[in-house]
Design a protein around this ligand. Structure first.
Ligand code: TRP
Ligand code: SF4
Length: 335
């Protein structure tokens, strides 16, 4: 293999829409992994996709607030501005310019047939232009910094595939420009209390990682669905059929303890109440440091704003370079 390519550092990039505070699912399924990439020679770029949030035309004050909340949660979770570039998508107007340029290479039919777009249209009941071009804007997010590693949930891989197609089409038409971005699927679908995937705006199902541990415990004890076939304490259970408790144990509980819990469940040697208490104890070990950091950051809003400002400048420097190259290749001159 070409050593120049193997030695090139990875550009890791991912974004989350500004829809509010993180819940346990975002944290365990995504942001925890973002933190792990911040080592070695990776260039990590994590942003809040505030333009993408506009597809829902949220209340402007709420959107502004959510952006700051999200970044504060990113920081509390361990994203480090010394190691990662942390920014708001809208701090880099060149992303919109790139999206415009890429849209010229994007057949409309392919967009309309994309499952991610169809799901959004179904959810909204109608399709705005912005909604249909959502994946093109996402391709611009990815290709702008020439990102190569894109950690995303399973639901976003079709959009990353579209970014790959656009990269290929651009490279064929205008010459080698973009490296191929690779989606790294974070396979973990974190179930909420009712056993379904934890949804962002679904307050019944989702577990807020900012909530006091006692609340979390109360909610798991009261509403956390276990193995529906296990009616009483003396019935043996099946951890693989346990809908909301065991799958989260599997993400946070140390291996030896996890296999003991599984064994004891099968042998009816542990009750679901005890099992839920153990889970929340283990969650607390992960979440308490997050909450402490979050509280500290809450009194330092101006520092958070400064991080966004600096991150925006860094991202803009990197992305502008690509967009200048794209402009040049496509024949656009700024007079
Ligand atoms: N569409 C993603 C989501 O809804 C967020 C996002 C926007 C994104 N741009 C991106 C993720 C670029 C990865 C790379 O979760
Ligand atoms: Fe689920 Fe634990 Fe109850 Fe087994 S003991 S069904 S793993 S909550």
């Amino acid at each position: 293999m070409n050593s120049e390519i193997t030695e090139k550092k990875a550009v890791v990039l991912s974004g989350i829409r500004a829809t509010g505070r993180l819940h346990l699912g975002n944290y365990l399924g995504a942001v925890r992994h973002f933190v792990e990439y911040q080592t070695g020679s990776n260039r990590c770029m994590y942003f809040v996709a505030d333009w993408h949030s506009l597809t829902e035309c949220p209340d402007p004050t709420k959107l502004r607030g959510n952006l700051i909340e999200m970044v504060t949660d990113y920081l509390a979770a361990g994203l480090d501005p010394e190691k990662s570039i942390i920014y708001a998508q809208s701090s880099v107007p060149e992303i919109a310019e790139l999206s415009l340029c890429l849209s010229m290479l994007q057949p409309l039919g392919r967009l309309q047939g994309l499952t991610t777009v169809k799901d959004l249209v179904r959810k909204h009941g109608s399709a705005t232009l912005g909604l249909v071009t959502y994946p093109v804007l996402m391709a611009a997010d990815i290709l702008g910094p020439k990102a190569t590693v894109i950690p995303v949930g399973e639901d976003q891989t079709a959009n990353v595939e579209l970014a790959r197609e656009l990269a290929r089409r651009f490279n064929n038409r205008y010459g080698e420009t973009f490296p191929m971005p690779e989606a790294i699927k974070e396979k973990i679908k974190v179930p909420g209390l009712n056993g379904e995937k934890m949804g962002k705006s679904d307050a019944v199902n989702a577990v807020d990682i900012g909530a006091p541990i006692d609340d979390m415990r109360r909610r798991y004890l009261k509403d956390g669905i276990t193995d529906p076939a296990r009616k009483t304490r003396s019935d043996p259970g099946d951890p693989n059929k346990c809908l909301s408790v065991y799958p989260v144990h599997a993400l946070v509980t140390p291996e030896a303890e996890l296999s003991r819990v599984g064994r004891q469940c099968r042998g009816a040697e542990i009750g679901c109440v005890e099992c839920k208490n153990l889970l929340v104890d283990n969650l607390a070990k992960l979440i308490e440091p997050f909450q402490a950091k979050r509280q500290e950051l809450d009194s330092k809003r101006s520092e958070v704003v400064e991080i966004l400002h600096e991150g925006g400048k860094q991202a803009r420097r990197i992305i502008s370079e690509t967009v200048a190259e794209v402009r040049e290749k496509m024949g656009i001159v700024i007079y």
